[in-house]
Design a protein around this ligand. Structure first.
Ligand code: GTP
Ligand code: MG
Length: 197
């Protein structure tokens, strides 16, 4: 898919203020600092479309971007940010989980996982919650440029194996880098495929 246009639409803290659910929607989720906002910029070829930061906890709202005037890409706040208060974390949980469960035009959630790490409990638990709620998702491993492909592949295989404790089969998996744009074309192809039903 060629990205002809990508524009920021709105930021929300309330699920009742979101844009009308009249276009297919894809949301990026994952730990704080995993690279959600950076990957949105890499996919759309726009450096500053989504705000990124070295400090975890940058994205705090549900951010909607309109792509090619035909679908929404959504940047979400990350989970697992250690410095967040318990109250904040509980609020995140409630608000994001409500959005994920209720948003009728969500086609697929992209769960981003840092390819440098061994499977983390938090990511696995989040995937199982999606499974339990019947929310379709796929896995996007980030920051591939930071280590050898062999290391990334080993971590991906371990993650898949861990998921098989809960799932009969694992969802599609992508290895990406926002630095080199590795995997971006494949991800866009997948979105196009889903859009075309
Ligand atoms: P929150 O909004 O805080 O949840 O974080 P996020 O998941 O949106 O992460 P963000 O895109 O802001 O990136 C966090 C840091 O990781 C930034 O310093 C990015 O430059 C860096 N980063 C993200 N993706 C990549 C990547 O593919 N390769 C490299 N080398 N660095 C990356
Ligand atoms: Mg972000």
């Amino acid at each position: 898919m060629i990205i002809k246009s990508a524009e920021f639409l709105c930021s929300n803290t309330r699920t009742d203020k979101l844009p009308p659910p009249n276009l297919p929607e894809y949301a990026f989720i994952g730990r704080s600092n995993v690279g959600k906002s950076s990957l949105i910029n890499a996919l759309t070829n726009k450096k500053n479309l989504a705000k990124t930061s070295q400090t975890p906890g940058k994205t705090q709202l549900i951010n909607h971007f309109l792509i090619n005037n035909t679908w929404y890409l959504v940047d979400l706040p990350g989970y697992g940010y250690a410095k967040t208060s318990r109250t904040n974390r509980a609020a995140w949980e409630k608000f994001i989980r409500r959005y994920l469960r209720a948003r009728e035009n969500l086609q697929c959630i992209f769960v981003l996982v840092d390819s440098r790490h061994e499977p983390q409990k938090l990511d696995l638990e989040f995937c199982t919650w999606l499974g339990e709620n019947g929310i379709p998702f796929l896995l996007v491993f980030t920051k591939a440029d930071k280590q050898s492909t062999l290391k990334s592949t080993q971590n991906i295989e371990k993650f898949k194996k861990a998921l098989l404790n809960w799932f009969e089969e694992v969802p599609p998996v992508f290895l990406t880098s926002s630095e080199t744009q590795e995997g971006c074309e494949e991800l866009l192809k997948e979105i196009q495929h889903i859009n075309q039903g």
